[in-house]
Design a protein around this ligand. Sequence first.
Ligand SMILES: [Zn+2]
Ligand SMILES: [Zn+2]
Length: 248
Amino acid sequence: MIVFAAAIGGLLIAGFEHIRKPFREWLSSEPAETARRAKLAVYVSAFILSAPVIAFAIYLWMLGARVLRAQQFPPPGFRVIRDTPVVGGSGATARGHVMQILAVNAPRSTEELIMKIDGGCHCGNITFVADIDPEKVLICHCTDCQNITGTAYRVIVPAAKEELTLRGGKPKEYVKTTAESGTPRVQAFCPECGTPIYSTSVDERRVYGLRIGTISQRAQLRPRKQQWCQSALTWAIDLRSMAQVEKQ
Ligand SMILES: [Zn+2]
Ligand SMILES: [Zn+2]
């Protein structure tokens, strides 16, 4: 070890001795020429020092561009949920990690964007499975939701048409036309037990609003947003102050 350190030291001293002489000669030439050379030396060393930073910035920029391209034009078979290509496998996970690095609000991994759920009505006549985005669970305080559910508010999670599979009996559909926007909306429920199953648009049925109470995994589906708060029942906004008992 000592021998090794001595060898390195010797080499450094020898190297220094080797460059000291030409450096002295370089300094002792004409003052104006020295100033010009010193300026050049500063520029060159500044460039050498900043080159890795510039290279890393270019690398990050190209990486970002690649991720954005992958988002806009996902490879065949990739599904796009919330503008992020989602698929199983290492490619998707890698992209998820890149997204995480580049965006503050990116999900922790692409797998977390989708959640497989299942559920059904109370009597078991209608069941369903779906892939949903748990970040999109919301509470609706509109008066229609209060009235149709018969309770204080409704908790909804949207599922794309192609992500939802309904099984068993055919839901009965009621079209409500009382929305402030005037847009009619299909409200489907089990004809046997009356459990609400979904809502969707009348014509182009691209998204189905599932009712959280029918979903087996509902305990994990924490709402992220409340809408139509202007018609919310004031007590329903905060239930914590109410007396709590384990059972009835
Ligand atoms: Zn039923
Ligand atoms: Zn509503």
